[in-house]
Design a protein around this ligand. Structure first.
Ligand code: ADP
Ligand code: MG
Length: 408
């Protein structure tokens, strides 16, 4: 069964939701369902297994949180729903949204992620957690300690399903799913779902309904997308000029590697205020405080790797810069989805730095998103080394950062 490009004019009140949920939605200022919610909820609320695909920022969280809240038996303190997400930050965002939409109910949720004291999580579980949200590693840890019992689950969700089912996480996911009752509802949500992942997903689901809105103009409406050709050693200069020309509200800059993020960060540190970096090797308290400041708009430029950048939901992000072109096309979709969010009327702008050797990679992205990026030129900047190569090597000097300010 497949649902595609439906634009049903339905409101939350048409979905047969209980009063509590309707009230919470109103409180959260969700006036009407987003397209993915409108297409996904009618199937998910019937208890069917479903996969849902729609670009980032379109409200996939509520699309699975609402069915969870509708199914929980509040009288029963056992764990009835489990949501798995690839990172701590994403798990915490889901937990926040779940709390927001459950605010009128007594539903008990817990966020089970590494890098947080396990003691508190165990205490919560002992008191009874109806909705468990977390990362696979910590969830397995808690299962092994016999603190988390999945035998009474009614519903399992894999958020960012493509990532959850890729080779890194798959063994953990399988381990967890083996602990879950066969008779359960399984929901998979993602911005992208490559066909091999989709085939694999079927193993965990029963006759799933497929709701795919991912072709809906793959972000082209909400994000203006550019590429800039540049030599690798001129990227930093280009970035600083780009920032000066664009004056972003908030910018998220992606590098391919943690080390790349460190290096870029060090080049800014102490020379431009409101800059931070975020990757999986940084200590959790540091990651938390950075995300908090970024959300509050105190950090204006955040340098991040794909894994932690995924799913960051900050409405002020006006600019995405792919300082390194993403390794996988799907990562492009995820990265660029960080801007042009549902809540913001402004169109975001995304820039991808491409070296002369990376033309093919750019083409692959263009095929993936079925649209061509526009070439962008920075007027006063020489993006290429002049040929022929200089004979003597210039003494190393930090390039100047041009005079610059963020949008007020
Ligand atoms: P996704 O998981 O698809 O990337 P999210 O679930 O993170 O998107 O949602 C993006 C933002 O949109 C969140 O801030 C969320 O609270 C908000 N949102 C979701 N659904 C609605 C809605 N129906 N009306 C208004 N805002 C919504
Ligand atoms: Mg999401």
């Amino acid at each position: 069964m497949q649902t595609r490009n439906e634009t049903p004019e339905i409101g939350f009140q048409d979905l047969g939701l209980n009063e509590r949920t309707l009230k919470a939605l109103k409180q959260a200022k969700f006036e009407s369902p987003s397209p993915i919610q409108a297409a996904f909820l009618p199937h998910a609320l019937k208890g069917r297994d479903c996969t849902g695909q729609a670009r980032t920022g379109t409200g996939k969280t509520a699309a699975f949180v609402i069915p969870i809240l509708e199914q929980i038996d509040l009288e029963d303190s056992k764990t009835q729903a489990l949501v798995l997400a690839p990172t701590r930050e994403l798990s915490e965002q889901v937990a926040e949204e779940a709390k927001r939409l459950a605010y009128t109910s007594t539903c008990r949720t817990a966020c089970l992620v590494g890098g947080r004291p396990i003691r508190k999580q165990i205490d919560d579980l002992k008191k009874g957690v109806q909705v468990a949200i977390g990362t696979p590693g910590r969830v397995i840890d808690l299962i092994n300690r016999r603190m988390l019992d999945l035998r009474n689950l009614k519903i399992v969700v894999l958020d960012e399903a493509d990532r959850m089912l890729d080779i890194g996480f798959r063994p953990d996911i399988e381990k967890i799913l083996r602990r879950c009752p066969k008779e359960r509802q399984t929901l998979l949500l993602s911005a992208t779902m490559p066909p091999p992942v989709e085939r694999l997903a079927k193993r965990y689901m029963q006759d799933p309904t497929r709701v795919d809105l991912s072709e809906d103009g793959v972000m082209v409406d909400s994000v203006e997308q550019f590429y800039v050709t540049v030599d690798a050693d001129r990227k930093f200069g280009l970035l600083t000029r780009l920032l000066r020309a664009e004056r972003p509200q908030q910018a998220l800059v992606f590098t391919r590697t943690k080390r790349g993020a460190d290096t870029l960060y060090r080049r800014f540190a102490g020379r431009l205020p409101h800059v931070a970096h975020l990757h999986g090797d940084l200590p959790q308290p540091k990651r938390d405080s950075t995300m908090k400041k970024f959300r509050a708009g105190k950090i204006r430029l955040l340098i991040a790797t794909d894994v932690v950048g995924r799913g960051i939901d900050v409405s002020g992000i006006s600019h995405i810069v792919n300082y390194d072109i993403p390794e996988y096309c799907d990562d492009y979709v995820h990265r660029v989805g960080r801007t042009g969010r549902l809540s913001s009327d402004d169109r975001g702008r995304a820039f991808t730095f491409v070296t002369r050797e990376q033309g093919n990679e750019l083409t692959n992205i263009e095929i993936r998103i079925n649209s061509q990026l526009t070439e962008y030129r920075v007027d006063d900047y020489e993006a290429f080394r002049p040929a022929p190569a200089p004979k003597h090597v210039e003494p190393k000097k930090k390039p100047e950062i041009p005079e610059f300010s963020f949008a007020s």
